[in-house]
Design a protein around this ligand. Structure first.
Ligand SMILES: [Zn+2]
Length: 429
C-alpha cells in the first residue's frame, strides 16, 4: 500500500488552476513514433523499434515473420490490402487518426494512429518493401474525449443541475472513458465532517453502497475513510492484503473489488466535502495519469458540491427571511388591532364619562339617597349621583365609579335619565 501525499492547495489559489491545467496536459501522454520495415510482397517484418512492439504487445516482439501472421487482426481491417496496394503501385499511403483494433479476445484494445506506408526501393527504383512510420494518437484521442466530457460536466454544474445527477454523470463518464474497467464512487461528507454518505456509485452493487453509507472518517477505515481523515489521497493497490481494509475485506470481496484509490474532495477553504474513489477488479498501481485524472475529477466534484451547498444555504436563508417577514407582518397586524381596540375602548369610556356627567347634572335636583347603593356587601360611602336602571325595571343610585362598573359589567344597564330617554322612556313604554 502506498500513501501518495498530496499538497493541499485551494481552488481559489491560482496554483490550483495551474495544477488542473497541468493534470489535463499530463493526460495527453507523450506520443512515441512506431517504426517497422517490411520486406517483399508478403511484408515480412525485417526490423521494428521497441515502440512498435510495445504498441502491438510485447508478447509478439518477433521479426522475420509476415506481418499478416504476426498480427492476424489486421487483415479483417483492410490494412494488408493497403500494404499490397502500396507495394504494387509504389505510391505511399498516409492515414490520420485511423482506428485499429489490436490483438484479439479479452486482450483486444482500440487504438488510433497517424501513419504512413512508404515504399522502399532498390538501386533501380523497384519496390522491395514498405516502411511503416506511425504515431499512436490513442491517448490524445482519449484525452480529447475526456476534456469534452469534463467541459460538459462544468456546464451542467453551471446551470445548476441536481447534485446527484452531476455526480452520477461524472462517475459514468470516467467509467466509460477508462481503457480498463473501473468503478467510480463519490461519498459526501456529513455536515460534522466525521461521516461519509453515499453520493454516487452507479456501477457498485447496492449491498456495497448500503454497507458503506455512513462510515466514519478515520485512520484505517478503508481507502475513503482514511483519505477523508488525512485530507490526502490514499492508494490501496491490493485490498486483499492492505490493513486499511481489515474491516471491509469480505464486503469488497463479495463486490469483486481488488483495489481502491481514494482522493479527498476539498472545499476552497480546505474543508472536507467528500471522497472520490476509483475501484478496480484486479490489484493495480496507479500511473501518473490516473492520479492526474483523480485530481481533475475530485476538483470538479468539489465545484459541484460547493455549488450545491451554496444553493442549499440560499434556499434556507430565503425560508428564514420569509418566516421573519411573516412574523413581522403578524406582529404589525396584531399591534394595529390592539391599538384600534384601545382607541375604541377609550372612545367608549369618554362617551360613557360624558353621559355620566350629563346624567349627574340632570339628576342632581331629583330626590335620591345620600350614599351610593352599588357598593355591594361592603357598601359604598360615596355620594349617590347617578340613577341607573335595567330593562327589568330595577333601578339604583350610585357613585360615578360604581355606575361605570355596573354599566360595563351588567347587561342592558343604562343611565336612568330623562334627558337621555333612559328610565323615563322605559317607564313610559
Ligand atoms: Zn359607590
Amino acid at each position: 500500500m502506498t500513501a501518495v501525499s498530496g499538497q493541499r492547495p485551494t481552488a481559489a489559489d491560482p496554483a490550483v488552476a495551474g495544477q488542473a491545467a497541468e493534470d489535463l496536459r499530463a493526460l495527453f501522454w507523450q506520443s512515441i513514433a512506431v517504426f517497422a520495415s517490411l520486406r517483399g510482397p508478403a511484408h515480412l517484418v525485417e526490423t521494428a523499434n521497441p515502440a512498435f512492439f510495445s504498441a502491438i504487445g510485447e508478447e509478439r516482439a518477433r521479426t522475420g515473420v509476415a506481418i499478416a501472421e504476426l498480427m492476424p487482426e489486421l487483415a479483417g481491417q483492410g490494412f494488408i490490402t493497403l500494404l499490397d496496394q502500396v507495394y504494387r503501385t509504389g505510391e505511399p499511403y498516409t492515414g490520420r487518426d485511423v482506428r485499429v483494433v489490436l490483438g484479439a479476445g479479452p486482450h483486444a484494445r482500440e487504438a488510433f494512429f497517424d501513419f504512413t506506408y512508404e515504399p522502399r526501393r532498390d538501386a533501380d527504383g523497384a519496390v522491395t518493401g514498405i516502411r511503416v512510420i506511425g504515431v499512436e494518437t490513442t491517448q490524445v484521442k482519449h484525452a480529447q474525449r475526456l476534456m469534452a466530457e469534463h467541459r460538459a460536466l462544468l456546464e451542467q454544474i453551471a446551470r445548476q443541475a441536481p447534485l446527484t445527477e452531476v455526480l452520477d454523470g461524472m462517475a459514468r463518464c470516467i467509467e466509460n472513458l477508462a481503457p480498463q474497467e473501473i468503478l467510480v464512487s463519490v461519498l459526501l461528507a456529513d455536515s460534522d465532517g466525521r461521516h461519509l454518505r453515499h453520493g454516487a456509485a452507479p456501477s457498485l452493487p447496492d449491498f456495497y453502497n448500503e454497507a458503506i453509507d455512513g462510515i466514519a472518517t478515520g485512520e484505517g477505515v478503508g481507502s475513503c475513510g482514511t483519505a477523508a481523515h488525512r485530507r490526502e489521497p490514499v492508494v490501496v493497490t491490493d485490498i486483499a492484503t492492505d490493513p486499511f481494509w481489515d474491516d471491509f475485506r469480505d464486503l469488497a470481496g463479495r463486490a469483486g473489488l481488488a483495489a481502491c484509490w481514494s482522493t479527498p474532495i476539498l472545499a476552497r477553504d480546505g474543508g472536507l466535502l467528500g471522497t472520490f474513489a476509483m475501484y478496480h477488479r484486479t490489484p493495480r498501481v496507479p500511473q501518473d495519469t490516473d492520479l492526474a485524472l483523480a485530481r481533475v475529477f475530485a476538483g470538479t466534484a468539489a465545484l459541484a458540491i460547493e455549488r450545491h451547498h451554496i444553493e442549499q444555504g440560499k434556499l434556507a436563508a430565503e425560508a428564514r427571511a420569509k418566516a421573519a417577514h411573516d412574523e413581522l407582518t403578524k406582529a404589525v397586524r396584531a399591534e394595529r388591532e390592539l391599538r384600534a381596540e384601545a382607541e375604541q375602548r377609550a372612545a367608549a369610556a369618554a362617551e360613557l364619562a360624558a353621559q355620566m356627567r350629563a346624567a349627574a347634572a340632570a339628576q342632581a335636583a331629583a330626590p335620591h339617597p345620600e350614599h351610593c347603593q352599588l357598593g355591594g356587601v361592603q357598601g359604598c360611602t360615596a355620594p349617590a349621583e347617578i340613577k341607573i336602571a335595567d330593562s327589568w325595571g330595577d333601578s339604583a343610585w350610585g357613585c360615578s365609579v360604581h355606575v361605570e362598573e355596573a354599566i360595563l359589567n351588567v347587561r342592558s344597564v343604562f343611565i336612568a335619565s330623562e334627558a337621555l330617554g333612559g328610565l323615563a322612556a322605559y317607564l313610559n313604554r
